[in-house]
Design a protein around this ligand. Structure first.
Ligand code: PLP
Length: 373
């Protein structure tokens, strides 16, 4: 059967498969008629936003008839202070997803290439394909590696040619939870030609405690081709408001600003992000809870005899040792949403976001029933 309208789409778009989001709570309610649902599927902060954020949003409500500040002046200033950079290095996005797409739009085209790792964040593939560029996908680390299924940076470097304009490094990576250390990452960036942007996606940066973790923002002075992206969706608890950003050389920021929608960050997201940045105590509490609960989740995997990828993020990739679909379905019937990762070619794995202690308790009990039974 032919699809004449589909055939009209741009060549890169024709072959695209849409991003598969985690099932939402309302969707599960509609489809299964279950209640008291816990969602451990999209790596959100299970504590929600802090109290200061809710107040800031309330206070802003009267102004939603007005367009937002297109330049994001105040928020850029606050981010610049936080990261020790100039405000002209900051590009705000409707989620960091927006910034990743802007990078592809601005720096790629059908004759050019991008490199990323197998099992890395699905948005890279979509952003690259949508503009008709060619994706070169590096093999990931083997299962027995210290960072199993994680980025093999030398393998990625070997795929770089004079056509490569972007190398995407997720650190830590989603869905694996793996990360790369300072020396390795610096070696990769050192090796890259100046025409190749290295985009280091630090969406889970706030959870990192290992002293060998490099915050690449500190390297920006040395590498004009380095771009770091971060988000308010994860540890800061603002996923539903859609706000993220990049920090880069000012000339890269200037290029992104040319393709950016002038009002890509809405009023409520703007003030919420400012308030979230101000509440460092809430951020620390969120991170501490996550890192404790992640240990409990990994310990539960050990008890249940399930292999997992040691995680640096707020989720754990668990190998169910069998096709994961039926386990996913059984958890849905128990009002628990986790994330199947068949779209990442990992049919036996589930990605489970770290919840609150109560949520995780319910998850462990359900898994015990399903896996041991
Ligand atoms: C969640 C996530 C993002 C971004 O999400 P936004 O909500 O668009 O900011 C980016 N990169 C990775 C690796 C992620 O897991």
């Amino acid at each position: 059967m032919s699809h004449p309208m589909t055939d009209l789409a741009a060549p890169g778009v024709r072959a695209l498969k849409p991003y598969q989001p985690g099932k939402s709570i309302s969707e599960l309610e509609r489809e299964y008629g279950v209640h008291d649902i816990i969602k451990l599927a999209s790596n959100e902060n299970p504590l929600g936003p802090g109290p200061g954020v809710l107040e800031a949003i309330q206070a802003e409500m009267g102004d939603i008839a007005r367009y937002p500040d297109a330049g994001g002046f105040e928020l850029k200033q606050a981010l610049a202070r936080r990261h020790g950079v100039n405000a002209d290095c900051v590009t705000l996005g409707n989620g960091s997803n927006d910034v990743l797409v802007l990078l592809a739009e601005a720096f790629l085209q059908d004759t050019l290439e991008a490199v990323y790792s197998r099992y890395s964040f699905a948005v890279y593939m979509i952003a690259v394909q949508a503009v008709g560029a060619t994706a070169r996908v590096a093999e990931a680390n083997p299962p027995g590696h210290a960072q199993p299924l994680g980025h093999d940076l030398p393998a990625m470097a070997r795929l770089v040619t004079d056509k490569t304009r972007i190398v995407f490094v997720a650190n830590p990576n989603n869905p694996t939870g793996t990360w790369v250390g300072s020396a390795e990452l610096r070696a990769l960036i050192d090796e890259m030609p100046r025409e190749t942007l290295v985009v280091v996606d630090q969406a889970y940066r706030e959870y990192m405690v290992d002293p060998d973790y490099p915050d690449c923002v500190e390297w920006l002075d040395q590498y004009p081709n380095l771009v770091v992206t971060q988000t308010f969706s994860k540890a800061f608890g603002l996923a539903g408001l859609r706000i993220g950003y990049s920090i880069s050389h000012p000339q890269v920021a200037d290029v992104l600003n040319r393709v950016r929608q002038p009002f890509n960050v809405n009023n409520l997201a703007n003030v919420a992000a400012l308030a979230a940045l101000a509440d460092t105590e809430y951020l620390q509490r969120s991170v501490a809870m996550n890192n404790n609960e992640r240990e409990r989740l990994e310990a539960a995997c050990v008890r249940l005899g399930l292999d997992y990828v040691p995680s640096a993020g707020n989720f754990v990739l668990v190998d169910m040792g069998q096709p994961a679909g039926p386990v996913y379905e059984s958890l849905l019937r128990r009002s628990i949403i986790v994330r199947p990762v068949g779209n990442y070619a990992l049919p036996n794995h589930l990605r489970i976001s770290v919840g609150t202690p109560e949520e995780n308790g319910r998850l462990f009990a359900a898994l015990e029933d399903l896996v041991v039974a």
